[in-house]
Design a protein around this ligand. Sequence first.
Ligand code: HEM
Length: 472
Amino acid sequence: MGNCCSNYTGMWRALREGNYSIKEINYGGADATVLRTNIGVPVVSLLDQTNIRYVFDMDLVEKVPFTLGNTVLRPAVLGGHCPGMLSNGVEHVRRKKFAMAVIQRSLTNSLFSTMVEHLHAHTSMWATVGHNIYDFEDRVNRFCADVVSKIVLGTTLPYDSVRAWQNGLQSHRPRVPTVSRFRAKSHALRALPVLLRNIRNAPAYEEIIQLGKTCGLTEEEATHEVLYTIVGHALPQVQNPLLSCLAAYAAMPDLDRRQMWEEMNKVLHNVGTFTEAVLDSMKCVESFILEVLRLRPPMEFFFGRARKDFVVKTRDREAFQVHEGEVVCGSAFWAGRDPTSFRVPIMFRRNRFACAGSEALRGSLIFGRGPLSFLPSTENHQCPGLELAMGVLKPSMAWLLMFCKWKLTEEPKWSGKKRSRCGKPDNPMGMVTFKYYPTDVANYYPLPGVTPSNKKGKDNSPNVSSYVSSIL
Ligand code: HEM
């Protein structure tokens, strides 16, 4: 499928084929790693570790305001403010400086204790329902929304407004006006003032606005930047990987699940307290999360527009000409499956990033707009949220594996074709059973009103979670 394909045909193909719509599988020969295709807009897709780096080069590729390739952020839903993530030049520099300062500020707060408080509250509620939790994804999304907004703003945002605003934020290109999209937009427009009011009333607001002033942002600009960074970006980027992690854990072979659970249990027993430091010692948890981000990236495409003509020098073809103004689309999905960087890339190997010599692999894991080892600055578009994201994902995973026991309603399966699932399994995840053991937590972390079970080291039956047809 070349450039000649109409935008509508391209859009339908992209909806049907997802990550496969930007690649042509050449059975029997090597796949092309750069090609022109249409996913609703004509794009040059960059599909391996070497080529994807062109989209990160700010001298060659620029952002298009309010636009992410074949999706557009609705300016009205953003109150007319284009986020720093989609800006260039001076505008990007001052907004990125501000975002980095806000994130840094939230990391110095009591992140871990906030996490534990919210994990305890939310998992208690899920366990009260206990069976047939078909809205499990929504519950996890609510938990992430509560905890991230509490960490950054010092208050939780009303979840219904968060969800309505997120749902109506984007529209597809080319535009297909439907009643449901019109409704989503109007709900989002109604949620906007509610969210802004809650941000303005947040305990951290004054401090955040001061940070904005030092970065040259007016109060209104800073408030909208926080809204997009937190609700529009950070939340989905934490919500989706957390769900993908649970699904990936359940989908692992029984032996792997048991071994991972035992490794974590051993560290916890040895140290005797549930702290951030313990999580750092659980190397298997970090490696597991990174492997999920590699194979199931929550943001699969990176877009930009060529500032000038340039040549992509590929491994397989000598040169590929990109013209000024063309949309380029780097694929984290395909770069994460590049066999020159990852051995047996389609296999989920939970210890891939924990083995000896795996440090170098981090330079190949595309995390934000660049490899994991690429430091964020105002001179690039690399995501500055890694530490915060890990600060949420690591304790959540440890908690849900060590102190809870659950069964998914079905075996998680990923076709790679459902882009709207952002790395989660194709079908929505539900829970057949969900149990939570607060007295086990109390053995390692003081919970108000909960007496420790004092079974440290006695429990030989692993609390291993899974999906319904699994034997564990
Ligand atoms: C696993 C979690 C996360 C992933 C996978 C992720 C991914 C990304 C990606 C791919 C971009 C570049 C987007 C583009 O250029 O099209 C980005 C940028 C950004 N991320 Fe994240 N993100 C995550 C978590 C967070 C968190 C928790 C925050 C903080 C609150 C955050 C803040 C930002 C900001 C401010 C940018 C804009 C950087 C710039 O344009 O210079 N991210 N992220």
